[in-house]
Design a protein around this ligand. Structure first.
Ligand SMILES: Cc1cc2nc3c(=O)[nH]c(=O)nc-3n(C[C@H](O)[C@H](O)[C@H](O)COP(=O)(O)OP(=O)(O)OC[C@H]3O[C@@H](n4cnc5c(N)ncnc54)[C@H](O)[C@@H]3O)c2cc1C
Length: 266
């Protein structure tokens, strides 16, 4: 691992100013994705900026018809939050299934969405719940946030500050986890709101994607047996990753996880 300078900025503005002045600097949140990347020499930042002093980025708040989760909130804090368990239990369940206890105690929501790992769990919730990602300078709609494999709409010097999740009528998540890491081989998040149903798949493709045919079927009848069989042909635009198995196998996993996600809505 190449050596780097370590900093603890005291404010978001200070961190952004540093990033603007140092092209090769990187933010450090929980380190659960960045440190493995550094150990593998896949990135060689000149400076690491720990976000840990920015306590304003931590915590869960109810705000009218939404839950607002600070970027530095750990997966464990989301899983244990009474507000999340009461208002979006499917989101609490998703957070409780990320990695292991160590990963959940260090890893953060902001780090997860900024890293945009194709097998991460949160992107499915962000897209299915039609969340809004706030940064130091703007608000980004979920459908515009994840742009590709480990790629987002964020600029290199932009900091995620919070994610606003509209509270749905019902929501549920089901994943087929990798047996060692618990990352999603396929994960499906289903959310039902007054405006319709949104269904998002993580793990299978280069980035999270929605299933319009399943959304309209569940909009007509919200039961597990109403989920139509997802075919490999219908996933042609999803840039499926070969790690998950053949397209037919992945399509079957998506069908099964979508049905389980509806059942998980209770
Ligand atoms: C063994 C293991 C198992 C795991 N299993 C799972 C799993 O089952 N499901 C899952 O979803 N994830 C899993 N993860 C990943 C974990 O959830 C990470 O916590 C998460 O991906 C990154 O969050 P972090 O806070 O650790 O970010 P870091 O590793 O600190 O940072 C990741 C990236 O995001 C950037 N970043 C961090 N915070 C911000 C911010 N606020 N604004 C802008 N950029 C930012 C950093 O610069 C870096 O590029 C696993 C990780 C490990 C090591």
């Amino acid at each position: 691992m190449k050596s780097f300078e370590f900093h603890r900025p005291q404010s978001v503005d200070e961190a952004v100013a540093f990033l603007k002045a140092h092209d090769a600097a990187k933010l450090l949140a929980g380190g659960q994705s960045l440190l493995p990347v550094l150990k593998l020499d896949l990135a060689e930042p000149s400076d690491l900026l720990s976000l840990q002093k920015l306590s304003g980025l931590k915590g869960v708040q109810s705000d009218g018809d939404a839950l607002v989760v600070g970027a530095l909130t750990t997966h464990d804090e989301v899983a244990r939050s009474a507000e999340v368990q009461k208002r979006i239990p499917g989101l609490a369940a998703l957070a409780s299934g990320i990695g292991d206890a160590q990963v959940r105690n260090r890893g953060t929501l902001g780090g997860s969405v900024a890293h945009a790992d194709p097998s991460a769990d949160y992107p499915a919730a962000v897209v299915a719940l039609n969340a809004t990602v706030s940064t130091d300078r703007r608000k980004i709609a979920a459908d515009d946030f994840f742009t590709g494999l480990f790629a987002t709409a964020l600029a290199a010097d932009e900091i995620v500050t919070e994610v606003r999740f509209p509270v749905p009528e019902k929501a549920g998540y089901a994943k087929f986890p990798h047996p060692a890491s618990k990352y999603a081989i396929v994960g499906v998040f289903v959310a039902k709101t007054a405006g319709g149903v949104r269904v998002a798949v993580t793990g299978a493709g280069a980035k999270v994607f929605r299933l319009p045919a399943v959304e309209s079927a569940l909009g007509a009848k919200f039961t597990a047996d109403a989920v139509p069989t997802v075919t490999a042909a219908s996933l042609a635009g999803a840039a499926l990753r070969s790690e998950g198995g053949s397209p037919e196998y992945v399509a079957n996993l998506i069908t099964v996880m979508a049905r389980r996600a509806v059942q998980a809505c209770g």
